[in-house]
Design a protein around this ligand. Structure first.
Ligand code: MRU
Length: 330
């Protein structure tokens, strides 16, 4: 099942706000509907957002074929629907480059982005499972954060794809999914996906992660990214940094799995990234609140970054912006 696809002239997504209670599909016919779905997190996760951005431009190209100003405005609204994951703007811009060639060419580019993300997930699953086996030995006990499965990509996933691959190899010890407050991507979505795959797991409250690591119950932390900066700083769901600190203190690897489409060599460090603030309402109805949706894990806390093409050993001084690196087209 694909989280997002183009079906009969509309964008179809699994509505992630309804999971795990309801598995329902939304058909999005307009740019406005797509942007609302992105902002409500009905479609979410960096790679899936890249595909959503590109399909959004395909929708806009059909409606505004004869109105360049309206088209440009629609592309801008899509690019900026959420600020943190680099994939959204990158996917929209890449599709928008095909606008002069017409709506069919834009759609073909969007479908290519979708297919590339599917292939990237498969590559990461294999690369990441090999690295986990190398670093952690047999039957590792892994802690993951947020949701990085097929729901966050198109199919398979990034960090969760690695966990699925280890399960298929019969090489997985245990999985802890941290619940990921306030929207519970771990408790609702990761748990739902792991159950469907037949992977036994437990959910822990976010603040339990570092303690479980200190008690020796976790062999590695493995999670995804919304943006990886040139110096190796990792932007990911709020709570990732706490897990990185816990992992460093416990002396276990902190592994980041993300496609090259999430590597952003144009952003030097995490300090240059806009961290989405999603407002108080998601946190509490009783008092004022601060609700940053992502955080920055400094590169010195990262052991390795696994993309679909590389294993970057950050702990050995390698960076995503190494001279051999040729950045994905934006
Ligand atoms: O706010 P979300 O749910 O879109 O945040 C998603 C994450 O932080 C994921 O960990 C990240 O996008 C990696 S998805 C493979």
């Amino acid at each position: 099942m694909r989280t997002i696809d183009w079906v009969d002239g509309a964008v179809e997504i699994i509505d992630q706000t309804a999971l795990p209670e309801d598995l329902r599909v939304l058909r999005l016919h307009t740019v406005g509907e797509l942007i609302a779905a992105i902002q409500a997190l009905a479609v979410r996760g960096a790679p899936a957002l890249g595909v959503a951005g590109a399909f959004g431009v395909a929708l806009a190209a059909r409606v505004h074929a004869d109105d360049p100003a309206a088209l440009a405005q629609a592309v801008h609204r899509i690019e900026t629907a959420r600020p943190t994951a680099v994939n959204l703007a990158r996917g929209a811009r890449r599709a928008a480059r095909l606008l002069p060639a017409g709506p069919a060419a834009v759609l073909a580019e969007a479908c290519a982005i979708r297919d590339e993300e599917v292939a990237a997930s498969e590559a990461m699953a294999a690369l990441g499972a090999d690295l986990v086996a190398e670093l952690c030995g047999a039957r590792p006990r892994l802690l993951t954060h947020c949701n990085t499965g097929g729901l966050a990509t198109v199919a398979t996933g990034t960090a969760l794809g690695v966990i699925g691959e280890l399960h298929r190899r019969d090489a997985l010890g245990a999985v802890i999914a941290s619940e990921t407050r306030p929207l519970l991507q771990g408790a609702r979505l990761t748990s739902w996906e792991l159950s469907r795959w037949g992977v036994r797991h437990r959910v822990a409250v976010d603040s339990a992660g570092p303690f479980l690591m200190a008690r020796g119950e976790v062999d590695a932390v493995i999670l995804g990214a919304d943006r990886i900066c040139a110096n190796g700083d990792v932007i990911n769901k709020i709570g990732s940094y706490s897990h990185a600190l816990g992992a460093r203190r416990a002396g276990i690897p902190f592994l980041v799995v993300a496609p090259e489409s999430t590597v952003d060599p144009d952003t030097p460090t995490g300090a240059h990234v806009e961290i989405e603030d999603r407002g108080a309402a998601e946190v509490t109805a009783w008092s004022d609140a601060v609700n940053p949706a992502f955080d920055i894990t400094p590169s010195d806390l990262v052991t390795a970054i696994v993309t679909d093409r590389r294993v970057i050993r950050v702990d050995r001084g390698e960076t995503p912006a190494a001279p051999s690196f040729s950045p994905p087209s934006t």
